[in-house]
Design a protein around this ligand. Structure first.
Ligand SMILES: Nc1ncnc2c1ncn2[C@@H]1O[C@H](COP(=O)(O)OP(=O)(O)OP(=O)(O)O)[C@@H](O)[C@H]1O
Ligand SMILES: [Mg+2]
Length: 702
């Protein structure tokens, strides 16, 4: 029977059952958000009085595991003797549903690994092994980004059953590394092995070892040779064979030592397969990858529940390993349908191969007066085909400011093109959601630049205002939030109407307009920048607060009514003290539209400082390291449209006067993993003024 409440969480529906738990969709009345509540069986707590303590300790470790590719755990508790976890509700389904919908290309598989591998490595670096990596524990958010769920749950369960019997093994036989199946101590390489199996399954639609019973599968992991993936899918290139042999090596020392290493190898295979494909122009039949459109028909899995091997029932000895399992619990749940989940069709958006029609590459080249800057020619010579623009982090174009002008480039720095030449100071550069217009503040006006026609227009101006500091269009293009004289307004976004507005009275006279907030705090505000949440329901403002320090507030602006406006968070404030924040200055910020903010403090050259990421759902800073060699200083960081990459500008403080402005576009997950990054290649001494703010604007891939 479905409970009405678990702890404070209101239970809405059952999402599904795994090997040992039931997961519900719930509502958290405190933070007014949807959550997933995972309830573990009573027995876990009852079997061992010590377990409660261990459970709490382990749960704390899991809850502290923060990474952009790990499903965040919001809360852990116990209700009527049942332990439960409260996690972010992931409404994009699981990888297991996507695999059932058809096989993946190598590029598609690479994208999944690129997202989750850094999270896995980060956990391993902290000594936490997942132990139950499998497609049903890889969940997608509404944007199609994958996350790892159930971190440490297997360990928790093992801790309990192990304490009673001394030798329980937990995991899912189909994904269990040989050493895990033998009950030998595991490290991160057991998860790498499981990742190898997931890749095998994504590319073939089949698990490498199939048998009639869970135990028979587990034994195969120990004794059978690593299967040859090309026997299952002969269209795969040879490199895939090598990769699987290494990922699934019986001996963990022969495996990739990290998940990121394995991802890099997979990317190489994907690339060489693509190169081969384009240089030899093989027909689709010989293509080394199976295209999304050719996805196979759904298949049925043999079985796949979380598998608890307990020393209660059967005993088998294979390759020196003990197999003791409780056959009653896990296998029985095998075909339990997830009640509210429908299988998702293969995502077209997330897995689109990283290519784009060359026709959408803007070719607007404005004569540069500063002739010494060597501009690569925009694709005007048409004899050679223009290579397709890459897509990274869901972006295909980056606009930014250098030497007071707007420049455009592809995400890898290619096709660098200057698009304005008026010399005017520009700020708050951004793309309109149409992907065609760039807009920016110029004095007391907002101007728009049409990348197709190269026409510049004035969108709105407030000639008699003292300040016009922010202008941001909502994602659905229906509203715009702007700050004039440090008052914040939300008005319908209609280009024709805006042209006729030039003062406050005209602003508030617009149908559907409102001022936020209506009274009281206005005097304390010096508004710097504003942002919308992904669904345009929440807004965030960067402003100078009443204490004199800059801060960001997240608000629910329901109906624009001062009585219902709900302040959801303010930071840094009392939440944390970011290193470098002594002056209390934050010049700009960005929001992934979901739970993460990025901003930098103020240290040198009028605004470059330490970089910080803050999670306003957990109220904790996420990233405390400066990503480039842990050195200062950064500015103008931006989330990629899909939230997986970060763009930022960097100046090495150690080089003092000689510090150059460099631009980086890097996977967010790799930052925590401590990767080394290379800046985007730009002409020497491209930025003439070290105090200038590049203000990058990333265009969502069109
Ligand atoms: N945070 C979440 N948001 C949305 N759905 C979830 C969430 N966590 C789990 N689910 C769904 O609930 C169902 C049960 O999950 P559960 O983790 O119990 O089982 P499993 O992953 O199949 O097996 P295991 O017990 O080995 O983890 C699955 O269909 C899963 O997709
Ligand atoms: Mg799970």
């Amino acid at each position: 029977m479905q409970p009405e409440k678990i702890g404070i969480y209101e239970i809405k529906s059952e999402l599904g059952r795994g090997g040992m738990a039931t997961v519900y969709r719930g509502y958290d009345p405190r933070f007014e958000r949807e959550v997933a509540v995972k309830v573990l069986p009573h027995e876990l707590l009852h079997a061992d009085p010590q377990f409660r303590l261990r459970f709490e300790r382990e749960a704390k470790i899991i809850a502290q595991l923060e990474h952009s590719a790990i499903v965040p755990v919001y809360d852990v508790g116990e209700a009527e003797g049942q332990p439960y976890f409260v996690m972010r509700y992931m409404n994009g389904g699981s990888l297991s549903e996507r695999i059932k919908a058809g096989v993946f290309s190598i590029e598609e598989a690479t994208k999944i690994l690129e997202a989750i591998a850094p999270g896995l490595d980060e956990a391993h670096a902290r000594g936490i092994v997942h132990r139950d990596i499998k497609p049903s524990n890889i969940l997608f958010d509404k944007r199609g980004n994958p996350y790892i769920s159930d971190f440490g749950i297997a360990k928790l369960s093992q801790a309990q059953s192990g304490s009673v019997t001394g030798s329980a093994i937990i995991g899912t036989p189909a994904y269990m590394a040989p050493e895990q199946a033998q009950g030998i101590e595991v490290d991160g390489r057991a998860d790498v092995y499981a990742l190898g199996i997931i890749v095998f399954e994504m590319l073939t639609g089949k698990q490498p070892y199939e048998a009639d019973t869970p135990m028979a599968v587990a034994i195969k992991h120990i004794t059978d040779p690593v299967p040859h993936i090309r026997q299952t899918n002969p269209k795969l290139p040879e490199g895939m064979e090598t990769l699987i042999q290494k990922a699934m090596a019986k001996n963990k020392t022969d495996r990739f030592s990290t998940a990121v290493d394995m991802t890099n190898a997979l990317r190489d295979v994907a690339r060489s397969a693509t190169t081969k494909l384009s240089t030899t122009s093989v027909s689709a039949n010989n293509a080394p990858t199976v295209k999304a459109s050719e996805r196979a028909i759904p298949r049925r899995r043999a079985f796949n529940p979380l598998f608890v091997i307990l020393p209660a029932a059967v005993l088998a000895i294979a390759a020196g390993g003990f197999f003791l399992f409780n056959g009653t619990r896990a296998p029985a749940k095998t075909e339990t349908p997830a009640s509210t989940f429908t299988a998702l069709p293969p995502s077209t958006e997330t897995f689109t191969p990283a290519v784009e029609e060359s026709t959408s590459v803007p070719v607007a080249v404005v004569e540069s007066t500063s002739t010494e800057t060597a501009l690569p020619p925009a694709s005007t010579e048409t004899s050679t085909p223009v290579p397709s623009a890459p897509i990274l982090g869901g972006a295909d174009q980056i606009a930014f400011i250098a030497n007071n002008e707007i420049w455009l480039m592809n995400v890898d720095g290619s096709q660098l093109t200057q698009v304005t030449a008026d010399g005017g100071v520009k700020s708050d550069l951004q793309w309109l959601p149409d992907g065609e217009h760039l807009i920016f503040l110029s004095g007391l006006a907002v101007k728009s630049y049409n990348t197709r026609t190269t026409k510049v227009d004035s969108l709105i101006s407030f000639p008699s205002a003292a300040y016009f500091t922010a202008f941001r269009v909502s994602h659905d293009s229906k509203q715009v939030m702007l700050s004039v004289n440090n008052e914040i307004f939300v008005i319908p976004f209609d280009v024709e109407t805006l042209k006729n507005v030039s003062k406050k009275s005209e602003l508030i006279a617009l149908e559907g307009a409102c001022i936020l907030p209506e009274s009281g705090t206005k005097a304390a505000f010096i508004v710097k920048e504003v942002r919308w949440s992904h669904d345009d329901q929440l807004v965030a403002w960067l402003y100078k607060g009443p204490t004199g320090s800059d801060q960001v507030s997240v608000l629910d602006i329901k109906g624009c009514d001062s009585h219902t406006i709900d302040l959801r968070d303010t930071f840094p404030g009392h939440r944390f003290t970011p290193p470098g924040f002594q002056g209390g200055i934050i010049l700009d910020f960005d929001w992934d539209g979901f739970n993460q903010f990025i901003f930098h403090t103020f240290k040198r050259n009028e605004g470059w400082g330490e970089l910080h990421v803050y999670n306003w759902e957990t109220f904790k800073p996420t990233l405390t390291v400066n990503p480039i060699g842990k050195r200062c200083c950064y500015r103008d960081a931006r989330w990629s449209p899909d939230g997986t990459y970060l763009f930022f500008a960097f100046q090495d403080e150690g080089l003092a006067q000689n510090a150059r402005t460099l631009l980086y576009y890097v996977p967010f997950g790799d930052i925590a993993a401590g990767a080394n990054f290379t800046p985007i290649e730009l002409p020497d001494d491209f930025f003439k003024n070290p105090k200038e703010a590049p203000q990058p604007a990333l265009r969502p891939a069109q």
